[in-house]
Design a protein around this ligand. Structure first.
Ligand SMILES: [Cu+2]
Length: 66
């Protein structure tokens, strides 16, 4: 199990948090998603590849900047 940290622009409220969580939880190998709105940080625990996570976040309408 691995922890992947992504910096995401555009998340501003609990709706955004939920949208990102839902997008990530639909991916195979994702065990846990933690969203910190203030730090603009998303931490994903699991075995999914970083590019896959980033792609799902972008598809949900947010920008992965780091
Ligand atoms: Cu929002």
């Amino acid at each position: 199990m691995e922890e992947i940290k992504l910096t995401v622009e555009g998340m501003s409220c609990s709706h955004c948090r939920r949208a990102v969580e839902e997008a990530l939880k639909g991916i195979d190998g994702v065990e846990k998603v933690q969203v910190d709105l203030e730090k603009k940080e998303v931490v994903v625990t699991g075995t999914a590849a970083r590019e896959k996570l980033a792609g799902a976040i972008e598809e949900a309408g947010y920008e992965v900047v780091g």
